[in-house]
Structure formats: structure tokens, C-alpha cells
Design a binder for this molecule. Structure first.
Ligand code: PLP
Length: 390
């Protein structure tokens, strides 16, 4: 008998970024010259000292299951790192490490949401948020701000009696937007007053560009602590995507529930990756800051190149490594996805269409490439736009 997708599988879309990225990799493996701005993945190698810590751990016999939420050493290292960086104190027992931040987010939704619960997700949003909400029977409520930055009043108006959770992702994938302290504070007041849970997805917190500096919503409104789950990851800040190690940090009863789920689903994350992440987070070497400085230089190159294309509106990213720009003056919103397909197949440039992030006239460019490739890729993009016919 052939397989028929069940109602769960039918309820959500596959990851657009992974699908397009896979196509770009396939074309490259066939020998085509591809500039891949698609994947949200550092091009840097994991620093050798981090890899060595993983290697040494494996040779030393750390190849067994660990406790479900991670080794005591990893949990206390994450708690300590966040306590220092956030200026808010966290305890090891409030930490659950998992196979990537993605897994932590999914487990959070599983233990928090009841069917029909609404989750407010400001757009543009990371493509996996609404799909994961749907997978557990929740209802994603996309909040599209009128202007470029979400206002507390808009957040307040989006709240209904069914609202359970607000997703904050700053710096943001896909836009690189980073909320300033007074913006965060105004959101925090609304969320606290309405007793809404918060998922603060801080995957890119170490990649905030000067003159801005990282501030957590929890520092500004400690009262939110009992209803906030922080999500973090080693993937982007330490160039460790393949190690698959992320974490959730929140109130102990919530984290205990996530551990209960994880214990039945995957048990602990990889023992070797855990050892490597301890090295990453405790090191005197400020790898994340070094990577951030290198991205910051690339950001300049990207902005200059993109802004030279007539009719392209490019806001300056304040964090992460994405440029998210409006093609609307040159390409109608309902044609951006097919334009991106044409761009990949005929010009060898991979961009992610904004439809995947709730903004159909936009496209996302990940500048995890060296400067020459960035310049060549944006040149090809300019040519494709100039030659585009509906
Ligand atoms: N959150 C955001 C906003 C992301 O962009 C990503 C990865 O792209 C993740 C979470 C998950 O990262 P990982 O599962 O690699 O830790």
C-alpha cells in the first residue's frame, strides 16, 4: 500500500530555505557556477580549538548518552555565559540543551501550546516559526507592522483571549532588524500586562553590530522571567551548524516539561558536540566577536553593491548576517518567487524569496560569502533584474 500523508504532514509547508538551498547545492555539484546567498550558515570553519575539544572528548571516551538536558558541565557553562552576557542570573537547572535551537523551539511549542492557542509572530519572520506552531495544533497569528518597525500598540491590538505566546527574534532572521531598548521595553510592558508567554529567540544575540549592543528583554523587564523561554544556539555565532547544539533556558517547571518530552524523543544531544560547545562558550578567544566583525565588513560591501541597483530598497541590517530588501519597484510581489527561480537557474545566484518570510515583495540575501563572491553575486542579480521580463 502506498503512503498517504497524514493530517499532520498536510498541515504545514516544508522549509523553503532548505529546499532552495538544496537545489543550489545540486546545481553547484553539477559544475555550475553558483553564488549561494541562500543558506543561513556561516562559511567559516568551526575554530580548531573547539573542534579539538570535541575530538579529545571522543578519544577520551565521552561517547555515551549523557543526561537528557546535557552534561552538568554544559548546563552550567550555558547558564554562566548567559548570566554574563544578559546581566540576568540563570541557573544550570533552567537549561535544556538539544540537537539545535530548532529542536528546542519545537519542544517549547509542544509543552506550552494547547490546540487553538494563538501565537503572535511579527513579520518578516523566520520561516519555521509558523510551520512548527501548526505542527502542534497552535494557530500562528502573523502580525504585519504598518511601518518598518513593530510598535507596541500594534502588538497590543493583536492580542486576543486565545493569545498564548509572542515570538521575539532580535536580531531577526530574515531582516537583521534589532529592537532597541525602548522598543523592547514597550513590548515587555504589553506582554507583562496581558500575561502572554514570550519566546525570545536569541540565536543571533552575539551578532549585533556597533553602535548597538545586545540587551535582553529580561534585563529590561525581569517580571517576564517566569513566562519567558530563551532559545540559543552554537550554530551561527561559533560556526557550528553541523554540530547541532542549541538550548532552551526558562523557568524550571517549563524546562522540566521540555526535558520530559526530549527524554522520550531523542534523549541527550550529541556528547561530543556538548564538549565542543563547552569549549566554545568558556574560551578566552572571542570567536563570536571576531566573526561579527568580519560580517560587519561584508555588510558594508553588500549594502553598497545592492544600493547601486536602481529601485531596490535595502534597510541596513543591525545584526545577524542577512540583507532583506524590497524588490517591489522592479518586480511585482507575485513574481518575486519565480524571479528567484530564474535567478538561480539562469544566473547562478541563490536568493530566498520573501514569501517564505511573510513579505512577498522582498528577498533575503545571506552574506556568508567572501567579498569577491558577494560582489560577483550582486552584479549578476543586477543583470537579472535589468533583463527581467514578466
Ligand atoms: N532561530 C532562528 C531565527 C534561526 O535562524 C535558526 C536557524 O536558521 C534557528 C533558530 C535554529 O538554529 P539551529 O537549529 O541550527 O540551532
Amino acid at each position: 500500500m502506498t503512503y498517504t500523508p497524514n493530517s499532520l504532514v498536510k498541515s504545514f509547508n516544508e522549509s523553503a530555505t532548505l529546499t532552495i538551498g538544496a537545489r543550489a547545492k545540486k546545481l553547484a555539484s553539477e559544475g555550475k557556477s553558483i553564488i549561494n546567498f541562500g543558506l543561513g550558515e556561516p562559511d567559516f570553519k568551526t575554530p580548531d580549538a573547539i573542534s579539538k575539544a570535541g575530538y579529545d572528548a571522543a578519544l577520551g571516551g565521552a561517547t555515551k548518552y549523557t543526561a537528557v538536558p546535557g552534561t552538568p558541565e554544559l548546563r552550567s557553562t550555558i547558564a554562566k555565559r548567559l548570566t554574563e552576557d544578559y546581566g540576568v542570573s540563570f541557573l544550570p537547572e533552567e537549561v535544556c540543551a538539544a540537537n539545535g535551537g530548532k529542536q528546542s523551539i519545537f519542544h517549547l511549542f509542544q509543552v506550552l501550546l494547547e490546540p487553538g492557542d494563538e501565537v503572535i509572530i511579527p513579520s518578516p519572520y523566520w520561516t519555521s516559526f509558523p510551520e512548527m506552531v501548526k505542527m502542534v495544533g497552535g494557530v500562528p497569528k502573523i502580525l504585519s507592522p504598518k511601518g518598518p518597525r513593530l510598535k507596541a500598540r500594534e502588538l497590543s491590538e493583536a492580542i486576543t483571549p486565545r493569545t498564548k505566546l509572542f515570538i521575539l527574534n532580535s536580531p531577526s532572521n530574515p531582516s537583521g532588524l534589532y529592537f532597541l531598548e525602548d522598543e523592547l521595553k514597550s513590548f515587555a510592558d504589553v506582554l507583562h500586562e496581558n500575561k502572554i508567554w514570550v519566546m525570545s529567540d536569541d540565536t543571533y544575540y552575539a551578532l549585533v553590530y556597533a553602535p548597538q549592543r545586545w540587551t535582553s528583554i529580561l534585563k529590561l523587564k525581569p517580571e517576564l522571567r517566569e513566562r519567558t523561554c530563551v532559545i540559543g544556539s552554537s550554530s551561527k555565532s561559533y560556526a557550528m551548524t553541523g554540530w547541532r547544539l542549541g538550548w532552551a533556558v526558562g523557568p524550571k517547571p517549563l524546562v522540566d516539561a521540555m526535558i520530559k518530552v526530549q527524554g522520550q524523543v531523542t534523549s541527550s544531544p550529541s556528547s561530543v558536540s556538548q564538549a565542543a560547545v563547552v569549549a566554545a562558550l568558556t574560551s578566552e578567544n572571542h570567536w563570536a566577536a571576531e566573526f561579527r566583525d568580519r560580517y560587519s565588513k561584508r555588510r558594508k560591501v553588500v549594502l553598497e553593491a545592492l544600493r547601486a541597483i536602481p529601485g531596490i530598497q535595502v534597510p541596513e541590517p543591525e545584526g545577524a548576517f542577512y540583507a532583506f530588501f524590497d524588490l517591489g519597484q522592479r518586480i511585482p510581489a507575485d513574481k518575486v518567487t519565480s524571479f528567484c527561480g530564474d535567478l538561480l537557474e539562469n544566473y547562478g545566484v541563490c536568493l530566498i524569496p520573501g514569501e517564505a518570510f511573510g513579505c512577498p515583495s522582498f528577498a533575503r540575501l545571506s552574506y556568508c560569502l567572501d567579498e569577491d563572491q558577494i560582489i560577483e553575486g550582486v552584479k549578476r542579480l543586477g543583470k537579472a533584474i535589468a533583463e527581467w521580463r514578466a
